[in-house]
Design a protein around this ligand. Sequence first.
Ligand code: AMP
Ligand code: GLY
Length: 428
Amino acid sequence: MKLLVIGSGGREHALAWKLAQSPKCEKLYALPGNPGMESIAECIGGISIEDNAAVVGLAQEKDIDLVVVGPEVPLTNGLADALKKAGIQAFGPSGKAAELEGSKAFSKNLMKKYGIPTAKYEVFTDAEAARDYVKREGAPIVIKADGLAAGKGVIVAMDLDTALRAIGDMMEDGAFGRAGSRVVIEEFMEGEEASLLAFTDGETIVPMISSQDHKRAYDGDKGPNTGGMGTYAPAPVMTPDMVQAAEEKILKPVIAAMREEGRPYQGCLYAGLMITKDGPKVVEFNARFGDPETQVVLPLLESDLVEIMMACAEGTLDKTKIQWGTGAVVCVVMASGGYPGNYAKGVEIKGLADAKSAGSLVFHAGTAWKDGKIVTAGGRVLGVVARADSIREAVTQAYEGVKMIDFQDAFYRRDIAHRALEYGSSRS
Ligand code: AMP
Ligand code: GLY
């Protein structure tokens, strides 16, 4: 089969890496891909992933059997619909189904309607009304821009001033552009977070191994929210009982709800969960694989990813066996100094070959070629990944890989998986 991966980040590198291992994969393309993928995929430039007609044209020209869409923007733009219309299989939800991520108001309203556990909330388009509500409810409280804001449009306000400022920034000063003209204000949920990704064909939904992301920029879960500074899988907080509770109370009901609403959902459903004293509750849904969750989940997948994705696209997931390996995987993200704020680009990255020959798995996230050298090209630059029998060993090995790689002003968290280590548990 000929496959095309859409996107250029660490998630897409991990997807390409796993797809390339399938005996079914004859030829793999990536649009636009990144330098890390070049040994496994032909990277194609010059076409915007947001131009549906151009992507369909490319898939036709290359005779693609399955397109795997990585990021949310092309999904909410209806790329999967455009491909399907042209008779090309796509892994990823339709534009209408991707609203589950694209609009927090839609997703919260859906959860309310179908009784899926999540934080209490109200939606506002008027800043004054939002302020009144926050004053009534008090802090801690959570203010979220409605639209897509690259994982950054959420302010967890521990005091009233921060909450009021966030409302002003989003609704009056356009801090997140149009995404912030409507805000969702939520009850603060106390607990530990975990990510549960799942494969679904719209009828059957199969959870993957759980994982946990570190969203804050600095050690000790301090500093601003980012796209994710590191991950580990499995997440000890997701005991088999907790996974089952999430499956029964969240995953199955939401897939049924989406069908009921005339928006059947096919692809990867990402449930961001808060494990509260009352069980798992939804923090958010994403309409795609997590980044950097994918980088730790896929190394544990033993089954053929091409087969699973085709089964999702064709509606035969109930007949597909999905098997997972034992042990644990850790990913440490190396970021550009300044991220998630401003940062330099074009900085040479050294030590990639050494890390690779020492056995590290390095997924590229924001890299580019410049004058024959690989340089930084984004906030999150690399994900250094290790799989071992226990989380502790995987942490050690991942940081050994990180130490071999160097670029100016590189920064990374030194405490990835600290919570899992406190649990002192592994699946080995
Ligand atoms: P989101 O983009 O909705 O996943 O939110 C980003 C981060 O903000 C989450 O990963 C949580 O750490 C935090 N967060 C979001 N909503 C809540 C909530 N209702 N209660 C507590 N923390 C939250
Ligand atoms: N790691 C968080 C996300 O992919 O949204």
